[in-house]
Design a protein around this ligand. Structure first.
Ligand SMILES: *Cc1c(COP(=O)(O)O)cnc(C)c1O
Length: 398
């Protein structure tokens, strides 16, 4: 059944628009086809090139390309030495993978609350959740905005914790002039198609520590090494010989994904500029709309925004978030909600997590909605989204 627009009239748009979309051009296609015609589909030079480019772009010493952002987070937790009995503090307002990676290692995710204005993890809440078992913090640059990195760094140093940054949303973002990737002990990127740069699937871990780098490399390829120095002293059998010295996984990326990511990365400055333009258009259009609460930015973050979120002010609107979401769909604008608090999921409930743990995150979750944001949107697309939001606000205004 088709839903009618709120006023029963014509929708703002004829053609459906989604909240995010990749932008693949001819140069990306050529890069992938070039690999398909080459000798290496995996473990080849395109992977090395991607790693070099990410390290150069971010300023980090080392980059390890992996098969997904989730694999990147898992490798980071392995390198951090997370195991049974260890606690890792993260945010509930994130994709499940930010916490699942701790469970993969037998550790316990501990949820700190968010700042209700920026939606990022609150350093004060991190500190309140530290126990003698805390080993690491996984801070998520939610929507692309950098977390309060100096504060988190100081907390981690004081309590000897590993600082992991889940930067799935924030490639291209700078914090105090430093690119994300060069701030935490380990930074994890995702190259899923909804993210700013895509390889179809893909991820990477960045670090400045040689020790962590070596652990990440082992973790992402079975714990197998060809490095004689790392071998345990087994006789060198011949040129074919390698050793498995820890338990790792196959988290390798393919060369055609790596080539696509490298090709996309050439356009990151342009993507960032266009994303920032669209954010500015939305900010200006919604600044005077009292029924909406906008995400606040910290001055330190020059954000390459992945998501644009509007929060409904429930005291000024007669509709529920669901009604607003459906009304946007009826205007042919497909929004999304980022995210259901992770510990609300049945799996986490069965592990003993209860609703009410993080009141700020729960309150924000109840009112938010991500509206379309991707660089290929035309100005007209942006105006359509603004018109639809304003139309629905007017209709449900108290
Ligand atoms: C997308 C995402 C991930 C997981 O990345 P995949 O590449 O899909 O595995 C992790 N954390 C956050 C915050 C994400 O948005």
């Amino acid at each position: 059944m088709e839903t009618l627009a709120v006023n029963g009239g014509k929708p703002v748009r004829d053609k459906k628009i989604f909240y995010g979309h990749q932008w693949i051009d001819e140069s990306d296609i050529e890069a992938v086809v070039g690999i398909l015609k080459s000798d290496y589909l995996t473990c080849g030079p395109a992977v090395d090139k991607m790693e070099e480019q990410l390290a150069e772009y971010t300023g980090a010493k080392y980059a390890v390309a992996v098969s997904s952002g989730t694999a990147a987070l898992h490798c980071a937790c392995i390198a951090a030495g997370i195991g049974p009995g260890d606690e890792v503090i993260t945010t509930p307002l994130t994709f499940a993978a930010s916490a699942n990676c701790v469970l993969y290692c037998g550790g316990k995710p501990v949820f700190a609350d968010i700042n209700p204005d920026t939606y990022n993890i609150d350093p004060i809440s991190i500190e309140q959740h530290i126990t003698k078992n805390t080993k690491a913090v996984i801070a998520v640059d939610f929507t692309g905005q950098a977390v309060q990195s100096d504060e988190i760094r100081a907390i981690c140093d004081k309590h000897h914790l590993v600082y992991i940054e889940d930067a799935a949303h924030s490639i291209g973002t700078e914090y105090n002039g430093q690119r994300v990737g060069n701030l935490a002990d380990m930074t994890c990127f995702s190259f899923h198609p909804v993210k700013t740069i895509t390889g179809g699937e893909g991820g990477a871990v960045l670090t400045n520590s040689e020790e962590l780098y070596k652990k990440i490399v082992l973790a992402h390829t079975h714990g197998i090494t060809h490095d004689l120095e790392l071998m345990e002293g087994a006789p060198h059998e011949g040129p074919w010989y390698y050793e498995q010295i820890s338990l790792g996984y196959n988290y390798r990326i393919t060369d055609f994904q790596a080539a696509l990511i490298t090709s996309q990365m050439k356009k990151i400055d342009f993507f960032k500029k266009r994303r920032q333009e669209i954010v500015r258009m939305y900010d200006e259009a919604f600044a005077s709309v009292e029924e909406l609460i906008l995400q606040q930015e910290i001055a330190e973050s020059d954000t390459c925004r992945h998501l644009y979120i509007i929060q409904l002010n429930s005291e000024k609107l007669t509709c529920t978030r669901r009604e607003f979401f459906d009304a946007m769909s009826a205007e042919n604008i497909q929004c999304q909600i980022h995210y259901v608090p992770v510990y609300w999921f049945p799996y986490y409930k069965h592990l003993g997590y209860d609703k009410g743990l993080c009141p700020n995150a729960e309150k924000v979750y109840n009112g938010i909605m991500s509206i379309p944001l991707y660089p290929q949107m035309s100005d007209e697309d942006v105006y359509d989204v603004i018109a639809a939001v304003k139309k629905i606000v007017s209709y449900y205004r108290i």
